[in-house]
Design a protein around this ligand. Structure first.
Ligand code: ADP
Length: 583
């Protein structure tokens, strides 16, 4: 049967009787939503969100499609056939919207309970769709079903409204829980989806229930979908939501093409048709270049992102290694502390017996316990020498342990450096003589001011230097010189530094050994042939002590068997900085 007000039977009627706005409201919205739904679906690699959006856009497409038929067709059979589907498709569209909103906000699928509630509320709409409770009669004059104010209609519109409010709650709670960028995304998204859900509800409800003669108000409800899709596109471009990058620009260009193309449906004026055609062509050309340039930019950014990802991976690896290193360092430090503590305790214990031996040996040598013969004297001398070595060794160990545990203390006073050196020479004079070596002391010709140093420590260092020189010299001897720096040379400022040089005619030091001389436990290769005792700690401790006095110590040698020179430079006055450093 054909509705009387329509001229010819057909599916769609393009006549003046059908308002032009109908096509403009339906077609672009339908195709834009389907286009964006499909693009997101494929480009987001069929993610859950992509699937729901596709379902939403297909449902919207179907609803708009049957709505378009209801408006344009003049076949009562067709209209009567499609009419019962309105409620079901409408409700489905709201269900998918809710589902979409929930997943968008929380990033997770909805709970079973939520699905159950939706299913229960939805059930009456589906079950009653083909019954009389939905469609009652057909009005030929209006060419449509008249069932206004029926419970069914109110129910499914009510369902739509209920869902729209539910979505609002989801958005508000999601907004509260999120931070930063996500807050902005939810705000924008919420604005878009609510604009669609509410406008679709209000326009549909008003058109169906209240204003029987104002059906066309329904058209405006569909524009809400285009708006929502616009918001989604913006989200994709701005925030890279859905993890699809290029899509936003493509969707924008295609939507523009659809919007402008759909104007042909109702433009009547031929000039306007031409102008619209030109606009469409221009949009297509610019659109093509825009998409191409964005594609290029994205490719470049992706390359950069890959490089960055690799870099950050390297960084992570490095971080891991350095963490492990720090852990090992901590362990080492603990071990080192334990070792230092052990040495300190052990050395104190070791010091007592040799000190007693030294005392008694000298008493025996002085014949305090009765006369002794030459052989016994010789043996006592060897005991004393070995014992002295032992005492020196323990003293060195104690110094190392004090240095490493930060317990070495310095006290600076004014000392006459020449007297100090004289002291050293006096102490070692007999040792030199015994070894048939000379020990010369060349005092400065100019007057040397008193120097602010820790005299005991400096004396210890100089003694070790002269002692070494005697130890590592077989022929010739040792000369010690003290002088005030007269000219500015590197580190030695005129009248501000004194210089002590101990030179010998001994075994010398090869170039290869010079850099390691002052390291802990460092002993030269050649010394083994001299059969001398030693620890390799004297110079190490000496260097630290001299530096703590604000001075410098180093060694020079012209090579193997060409003698050595050990040089110390000390400041006449201590700087504030050095005093602070030493504590
Ligand atoms: P020790 O003398 O107990 O071995 P030192 O730290 O005092 O320890 O000296 C370290 C090393 O420097 C010595 O083992 C030796 O090889 C070298 N050395 C020190 N003084 C001289 C010197 N005057 N001539 C040659 N070598 C020396």
């Amino acid at each position: 049967m054909i509705c009387p007000n329509y001229p010819t039977p057909s599916f769609f009627v393009f006549t003046d009787q059908v308002p032009a706005l109908l096509y403009y409201s339906h077609l672009p919205a339908m195709f834009i939503s389907l286009l964006i739904g499909t693009l997101v679906f494929f480009k987001s690699e069929k993610s859950l969100l992509g699937r729901i959006l596709l379902a939403m856009s297909i449902t919207f497409f179907l609803w708009s499609f049957i709505n378009l038929i209801a408006w344009t067709s003049n076949s009562t059979d067709i209209i009567a056939f499609i009419w019962p589907f309105f409620g079901t498709i409408y409700a489905l569209l709201y269900i998918f919207s809710l589902y979409f909103a929930k997943v968008f906000v929380s990033g997770r699928d909805i709970s079973f309970n939520m699905k159950f509630v939706l299913g229960v509320l939805f059930l009456p709409i589906v079950l009653l769709a083909p019954t009389r409770y939905n469609v009652q009669d057909f009005n030929l004059a209006l060419c449509g079903v008249t069932n206004e104010r029926s419970y069914y209609l109110n129910y499914f519109y009510g369902f739509g409204f209920f869902v729209a409010i539910w979505v609002l709650f989801i958005l508000i709670s999601g907004y509260r829980k999120s931070e930063g960028e996500m807050k902005k995304q939810i705000l924008l998204f919420g604005f878009g989806i609510e604009a669609f859900l509410l406008s679709f509800f209000v326009a549909g409800y008003l058109a169906s229930v209240w204003f029987e003669n104002m059906y066309s108000i329904e058209f405006y409800g569909l524009l809400g979908m285009t708006f929502f899709m616009g918001v989604l596109t913006y989200l994709i471009v701005k925030f890279k939501a859905f993890n699809v990058k290029l899509l936003g620009v493509q969707a924008l260009v295609f939507s523009l093409i659809i919007l402008i193309g759909s104007q042909f449906a109702f433009i009547k004026n031929s000039i306007n048709i031409v102008l619209n055609g030109i606009t469409l062509t221009l949009i297509m050309i610019f659109g093509y270049f825009l998409v191409r340039s964005v594609k290029k930019e994205i490719e470049q950014k992706e390359q950069l992102a890959t490089v960055n990802a690799e870099l950050s991976q390297r960084k992570d690896e490095l971080q891991m290694i350095s963490d492990r290193l720090a852990q090992s360092n901590d362990k080492l430090r603990t071990l080192d502390n334990a070792k230092t503590e052990f040495i300190s305790i052990a050395s104190h214990q070791l010091r007592t017996p040799p000190t007693a031996i030294k005392g008694y040996a000298s008493l025996i040598a002085e014949e305090s316990f009765g006369p002794i013969n030459e052989k016994q004297k010789e043996a006592l001398k060897k005991i004393s020498q070995a014992n002295d070595q032992q005492i020196n060794f323990v003293e060195d160990l104690l110094n190392v342990s004090r240095i490493e545990s930060g317990r070495m203390e310095y006290s600076f006073k004014e000392w006459d450096i020449q007297d100090l050196c004289q002291n050293v020479v006096d102490n070692l004079y007999f040792k030199a003589k015994e070894n048939k070596l000379y020990l010369d002391y060349k005092k400065s010709e100019t007057e040397i001011p008193k120097v602010a140093i820790d005299g005991a420590k400096v004396l210890e260092v100089i003694s070790n230097m002269v002692d070494n020189a005697l130890k590592y010299t077989q022929r010739g001897g040792v000369t010690m010189r003290v002088s005030l720096c007269e000219k500015n040379t590197e580190g030695c400022i005129a009248n501000e530094h004194v210089r002590i040089v101990v030179s010998d005619t001994g075994i010398g030091i090869p170039d290869t050994e010079l850099p390691y001389l002052f390291a802990k436990f460092s002993r030269g290769k050649d010394i083994s042939r001299l059969n001398t005792g030693g620890t390799g700690l004297g110079l190490y401790v000496g260097k630290i002590m001299i530096e703590a006095n604000g001075g410098k110590i180093w060694a020079e040698s012209d090579g193997k068997d060409k003698g050595s020179r050990f040089i110390i430079e000390l400041p006449v006055t201590q700087t504030e900085e050095n005093l602070r450093k030493v504590g």
